[in-house]
Design a protein around this ligand. Structure first.
Ligand code: HAM
Length: 419
C-alpha cells in the first residue's frame, strides 16, 4: 500500500494550532497596518489563465520552470498563481477602478521549487499593490508599511536592501553591458551560470556559486547606467526613508526573481535565518506591467511578504510567547450533560472561549479533560448542583481552590476572576 497518499504532498504542510494562531495574528497585524494607510482588501482567484503569468516573460524561472499549469475540463490553459502581482494587475485591467488604486491581499501561491525548510511549493504571502502613481513617496510608503508591520510583530533582526534597476531603457543598456562582461569570462563561470547568461544575465548577479564570485564582483554596476530621471527617483525614495528614520542598505546587485521590475526594488532579509531562505519579503516598481496585461499604461509599485518565512524568523527570535490555551473555561457536567449545553452557551455568549466534556464520562475522566484543555477555570455541575441551582468554579491553574455559587452569580464571578 502506498502510505504517501496519507501525507501532505511534498512542499506543502498542514498548519496546526498554535502555529495557526500566530498565522492569524500575523495577517491581522498586516491588515491593520495597511488598512491604516487606506489599502482595501482584494480577494483574487487562486488560478488564472496561464497567459496572465506567461506575459511576465519567459526568462522568469518562477513562470517558465516552476509554474503549476494544466488544461481544465473545458480546454482552458490554467495556472495556479505563483504570485499575486500579475493577478492584481489583471484585475485592474478588468475593472478599471479609480486611481490611485491601493489594495492588499493574502493567500497561497504555488511554485514547483526544490522543497526545503522555508521553501515550499505552496506558501502564503501578504502583500500590497498601488497602481496609478510613480511618485517616489509611494515607493517609500510601501516600504514603510512593511517596516511598521515588522515593528508591530516584534521582529527586530531585519535588514532592508534597496536598489534601482533604472527605467526600461537603462535596464536594457545595463543588461547589454553585463552580457558583454560575462561573455568575456565564460571559461570562469559555472555551467549553471552559462545557461542563465543566455536567458537572464541579471540573475547571474544573484549567484552564490564559488566559481562565479570573482566574475560577479567585477561586473558593471547598475548605478552607473541609471538615467538622471531614474537616479532622481531613487534619491527621492531614499530621502523619504531617511526622513522616516528607516535604515537600509543600498545593494547594487539586488535584482530579484521576477522580471517586471523597473526603478525601485527592495528586499527584507531576516538575520536569524539561513541564506537559502532569509528573504522574508520583497517588492518594487513595475511601471510597464499594466500594458502587458491589456490595460492602459499605469504605474505600479508593491510588495509581498512571505508568511511562512516571516513566522520562521519570528520563531528564531522568540517573538511569540508560548501559547497558554485555546480556551478559557471548561465545563464538566456529571448530571447528564444538559446543563453543560446551557452553561457553555451562556458563557460563550458572554465572550469567553468555552469547551466541555462529551459522552457523559465519569467525574475523574472529565476533570482530566479539563486539566488537559489548559483552561483557567472549570465549571462543574454534579447531581447536587443541578438540583439546587448552583455550580462549582474550580481554579485549574492557580491556587484559588474552588467555590460553589448560585447559577445566577456565575457570570459576575467569572467576570471578577477572568478580567
Ligand atoms: P517574491 O520575492 O517572489 O516576490 O516573493 C515574495 C516573498 O514570498 C519572498 O520574499 C519570500 O518570503 C516568499 N516566498 C517566495 N517563494 C517562496 C517559497 N517557495 N516558499 C516560501 N516562501 C516563499 C513576489 O512574489 C512579488 N509578487 C512581490 C511584489 C509585489 N512585487 C511587487 N509587488
Amino acid at each position: 500500500m502506498n502510505d504517501s497518499i496519507y501525507r501532505a504532498p511534498k512542499g506543502t504542510r498542514d498548519i496546526l494550532w498554535p502555529e495557526s494562531e500566530r498565522w492569524r495574528t500575523l495577517i491581522e497585524i498586516f491588515s491593520d497596518v495597511v488598512g491604516s494607510a487606506g489599502y482595501t482588501q482584494l480577494v483574487l482567484p487562486i488560478f488564472e489563465h496561464a497567459e496572465v503569468f506567461h506575459r511576465l516573460g519567459s526568462s522568469t524561472d518562477v513562470v517558465s520552470k516552476e509554474m503549476y499549469e494544466f488544461i481544465d475540463k473545458g480546454g482552458r490553459h490554467i495556472a495556479l498563481r505563483p504570485e499575486q502581482t500579475a493577478s492584481v494587475v489583471r484585475s485592474y485591467s478588468q475593472h478599471r477602478p479609480v486611481l490611485p488604486w491601493k489594495v492588499w491581499y493574502t493567500g497561497p501561491n504555488f511554485r514547483y521549487e526544490r522543497a526545503q525548510k522555508g521553501r515550499f511549493r505552496q506558501f502564503d504571502q501578504v502583500g500590497v499593490e498601488a497602481l496609478g502613481s510613480d511618485d517616489p513617496h509611494l515607493d517609500a510608503e510601501i516600504i514603510s508599511l512593511a517596516w511598521q508591520f515588522y515593528e508591530r510583530l516584534g521582529l527586530r533582526d531585519v535588514t532592508l536592501l534597496v536598489n534601482s534597476l533604472g527605467n526600461a531603457d537603462d535596464r536594457g543598456r545595463y543588461i547589454e553591458s553585463l552580457t558583454a562582461h560575462f561573455s568575456a569570462s565564460i571559461d570562469d563561470l559555472s555551467a549553471e551560470s552559462l545557461k542563465t547568461l543566455k536567458t537572464n544575465p541579471l540573475r547571474l548577479l544573484d549567484s552564490r556559486r564559488p566559481e562565479d564570485i570573482e566574475v560577479v564582483a567585477s561586473a558593471p554596476q547598475m548605478s552607473d547606467y541609471l538615467s538622471s530621471d531614474a537616479s532622481e527617483h531613487f534619491d527621492g525614495v531614499c530621502r523619504v526613508l531617511d526622513s522616516l528614520g528607516i535604515t537600509y542598505e543600498v545593494s547594487p546587485r539586488l535584482v530579484r526573481g521576477l522580471d517586471y521590475y523597473v526603478r525601485t526594488t527592495f528586499e527584507f532579509v531576516a538575520g536569524q535565518l539561513d541564506a537559502a531562505q532569509d528573504a522574508i519579503g520583497g517588492g518594487g516598481r513595475y511601471d510597464g506591467l499594466a500594458e502587458t496585461l491589456g490595460a492602459p499604461p499605469t504605474a505600479g509599485v508593491g510588495l509581498a511578504l512571505g508568511v511562512d518565512r516571516t513566522l520562521l524568523a519570528c520563531d528564531a527570535e522568540g517573538v511569540f510567547l508560548p501559547p497558554t490555551s485555546a480556551i478559557d473555561i471548561f465545563v464538566v457536567d456529571t448530571s447528564g450533560g444538559d446543563e453543560a449545553v446551557l452553561i457553555t452557551n451562556e458563557v460563550r455568549q458572554a465572550g469567553w472561549r468555552v469547551d466541555r466534556a462529551w459522552d457523559d464520562r465519569s467525574m475523574k475522566s472529565q476533570m482530566k479533560a479539563a486539566d488537559r484543555s489548559g483552561a483557567a477555570y472549570a465549571i462543574i455541575v454534579g447531581e447536587e448542583e443541578r438540583t439546587n441551582g448552583s455550580v462549582t468554579i474550580r481554579d485549574l491553574r492557580g491556587d484559588a481552590g474552588q467555590e460553589t455559587v448560585s447559577r445566577t452569580e456565575l457570570l459576575g464571578i467569572l467576570r471578577k476572576r477572568l478580567l
